[in-house]
Design a protein around this ligand. Structure first.
Ligand code: PRP
Ligand code: URA
Length: 208
């Protein structure tokens, strides 16, 4: 399935500032939200439209509105939370589910601790949010959980990916389109993306 690497100048510029180790938590949070909003613009490009006639003060206008298909955003806790405000700015009526996963620092395998998804998820397209796609384990696991609830479609949106994670996610879930801000060089021995931006959760929440 398709991997969409973002080439928009605004996204590339903001990612550069985001990576900088001198960027403060406040700036980091703002940038994650802004980049998520810009990427959401791309990830929703194929939403179906339907005709609607609207009476303006002057005449009838033949317009288009988004058809019945509804969206749900599912951030992977913690770092995915940083992307929620940005995407809701564009799609304020979307539902938001949550999946709690953390990577075991030794095995690098995801450990699940929370899952709450919208009750009507079968009627929705889901966009999974996580700034980092490193080994891909967290995204693969989250998407497997969501698939058990049979949404209409699933997309993944991340800010920075490693080639290893993009490949693993594409192979595990070939039906899921991947929207990624940048694909970096590699993973290091600790499973961190190189050059990456460090630990996204710690930089968003200022926990280190
Ligand atoms: C980070 C990140 C992803 C995961 C990516 O979360 O936000 O969820 O690592 O790594 P993977 O692709 O190798 O699974 P982390 O486990 O650090 O948890 P946190 O968001 O609670 O800090
Ligand atoms: N999680 C992060 O927050 N950063 C990485 O580089 C890899 C996983």
């Amino acid at each position: 399935m398709a991997v969409h690497e973002m080439d928009h100048p605004l996204i590339q510029h903001k990612l550069s500032v985001l990576r900088d180790e001198r960027t403060t938590s406040k700036q980091f949070r703002e940038l994650v939200s802004e980049i998520a909003m810009l990427m959401c613009f791309e990830a929703t490009r194929d939403l179906p439209l339907m005709d609607r006639d609207v009476k303006t003060p002057v005449a009838m206008a033949h317009t288009k509105v988004i058809a019945g298909k509804k969206l749900a955003f599912v951030p992977i806790l913690r770092a995915g939370l940083g992307m929620v405000d940005g995407v809701l700015t564009l799609v304020p009526n979307a539902r938001v589910g949550h999946i709690g996963l953390y990577r075991d620092p030794e095995t690098l395998k995801p450990v699940e601790y929370y899952c709450k998804l919208p009750a009507d998820i079968q009627e929705r397209e889901v966009i999974v949010l996580d700034p980092m796609l490193a080994t891909g384990g967290s995204a693969i696991d989250a998407i497997s959980q969501i698939k058990q609830r049979h949404p209409k479609e699933i997309k993944f949106m991340g800010l920075i990916g490693a080639p290893e994670g993009v490949k693993a996610l594409s192979e595990a879930h070939p039906d899921v389109e991947i929207y990624i801000g940048a694909i970096d060089d590699k993973l290091n021995d600790h499973g961190y993306i190189v050059p990456g931006l460090g630990d996204a959760g710690d930089r968003i929440f200022g926990t280190k």
